[in-house]
Design a protein around this ligand. Structure first.
Ligand code: SF4
Ligand code: SF4
Length: 347
């Protein structure tokens, strides 16, 4: 989307990837994300989202640790415990640590001056954390509250990640905050391997308590840490096999109804990202209807907690629970009341 027609970068890219030219040109002609011409355009709501995204952009200048401090010798167990609790103290919800693997790193980076460069990291460990997205705002998807909330939580996650990166730098170790628009790592994969959840049908991280209704940030570092053991939750994948609510509700038909396939050496679902992104550029928001309808996105209250425990322990209950989901919530996202200043008046 950043490439200007007839520039050297444009010609070089499409000489290498001619198969992308047609769909990219189609998308370029659409109103665009947060555009005043987009279908869900709302002056105040879009300004709020742009303000949060601008903050993430500004914070991009500070993602690398800049430390001249001598390294403090630390017990990895103590450092790991403190770092995870500190992340929670700063506002993170679920937190985990993993060893960084080559498949976590983007082979090619995107956006701005990083575009086209290979992702590189000398770090051995990564801390992954989530922040929760407000259910009522997400339920309005694809209308403007969804992008107000996602942008706000990207910014919140970025602020937490930067504080953690600074904390590590103060101990004399190298660290990098991976925040919206400025990742060297594939955040959902790192978060999955740090034990935070599974990658579901819609291709996003799903945590046991909030499902896909989270944003993720990562802090990578050379500070020696103790990785969390990834237990894995096969019940989520089994439930995704029969549920398919996200696929039914996706306005762009980007989500597959089929079973997982072996892709790049792993069994997974892969969404049609061109269809999804095309729809974003029509409505002007990041849509999120798949997040809104997912049964795992329900609030983590007593009853839902109990159901999630039973889903993990008793696969035979998956069909009855899906039936109950339909009875109580229907097959579409359930919209609740929003604060009375939402959606903001246009103009
Ligand atoms: S809506 Fe259903 S199929 Fe889609 S990710 Fe959620 S649980 Fe899986
Ligand atoms: S964000 Fe919207 S268009 Fe994209 S996959 Fe989810 S429901 Fe489909």
């Amino acid at each position: 989307m950043e490439l200007e027609p007839d520039t050297e970068a444009y010609l070089e890219y499409y000489a290498r990837r001619p198969e992308n030219l047609r769909i990219d040109e189609t998308i370029r002609k659409l109103p665009g994300l947060l555009s005043p011409e987009a279908k869900e355009a709302d002056t105040l709501g879009f300004a709020s989202a742009l303000g949060s995204f601008d903050l993430c952009e500004d914070l991009g200048a500070f993602v690398e640790a800049n430390t001249g401090v001598e390294k403090v010798a630390l017990d990895p167990g103590r450092a790991s415990r403190f770092l995870k609790e500190l992340a929670r103290y700063y506002g993170a919800l679920d937190v985990g640590i993993t060893r960084l693997e080559p498949y976590h790193i983007y082979s090619i980076l995107g956006r701005k001056e990083r575009r086209g460069k290979a992702g590189r990291l000398s770090h051995s460990f990564a801390l992954a954390f989530t922040v929760e997205m407000n259910r009522r705002f997400i339920a309005a998807a694809p209308a403007v509250p969804v992008v107000m909330e996602s942008s706000k939580q990207y910014a919140n996650a970025a602020l937490i990640a930067l504080q953690l990166k600074n904390f590590i730098a103060r101990l004399g170790y190298d660290a990098r905050a991976h925040i919206d628009g400025n990742y060297h790592v594939i955040a959902p994969l790192v978060a999955r391997d740090a034990g935070l959840g599974e990658i579901g049908r819609m291709g996003l991280l799903m945590t046991p308590s909030q499902g896909p209704r989270v944003r993720i940030s990562i802090v990578s570092t050379d500070l020696p840490l103790i990785p969390d053991e990834r237990v894995g939750d096969s019940s989520m994948i089994r439930f995704c096999r029969i549920c398919k609510r996200c696929a039914e509700n996706c306005p762009s038909r980007a989500i597959s109804f089929s079973d997982r396939e072996q892709l790049d050496g792993a069994y997974r679902w892969k969404i049609n990202m061109d269809s999804c992104f095309r729809y974003w550029n029509i409505v002007g928001t990041d849509c999120g209807r798949c997040l809104a309808v997912c049964p795992y996105s329900h609030p983590n209250t007593g009853l839902h907690k109990l159901i999630r425990i039973l889903l993990r322990r008793a696969p035979l209950l998956h069909y009855p629970f899906l039936w109950l989901e339909t009875i109580f919530y229907g097959r579409k996202p359930v919209q609740g009341p929003l604060p009375n200043w939402i959606p903001p008046e246009t103009g």
